[in-house]
Ligand binder design. Sequence first.
Ligand SMILES: [Mg+2]
Length: 162
Amino acid sequence: MMRNLYPDLYAENISEITASMLTKMGMEAVVLDIDNTLVPHDDPNPTENVKNFLRDMKDNGIGICVVSNNNYERVKAFAERIGIENFVSDALKPRAYGYLKAAEVMGIEAEKTAAVGDQIFTDIWGGNRAGCLTILVKPIDEKNEPWYIKLKRIGEKPFIRR
Ligand SMILES: [Mg+2]
């Protein structure tokens, strides 16, 4: 279980992850967390950096799927807003389910997908269990997070410092 809590890679933000880097590692798709990975909590509008990231993936044939524990309506609306057709809602992270489902939706093996997220105890744990390459990004906006997520981060600290 402990092994599943370590990301394969760590990125300062989404802009550090490029299609060419993923291709070199044999990855064919990215599975993206939404809150604090692509946009701050309760701010549905992606920044220019996020738009550029998505464009880089699309232009280079990397599949994209968003995966979130949020409900269908919310996740669908977000995916539409950023122009991504593949999404998985009610993902039950940290279970492997959402990541396996994302791979299935895209028709790509989970081993060839990179799971990107800001939380060890949901995104990284779930991605590792599904066999994805896991990439931990720094949360976009730590200050505005709800308290319960902050509490979880206190527990995450030893895993980041390695
Ligand atoms: Mg998140």
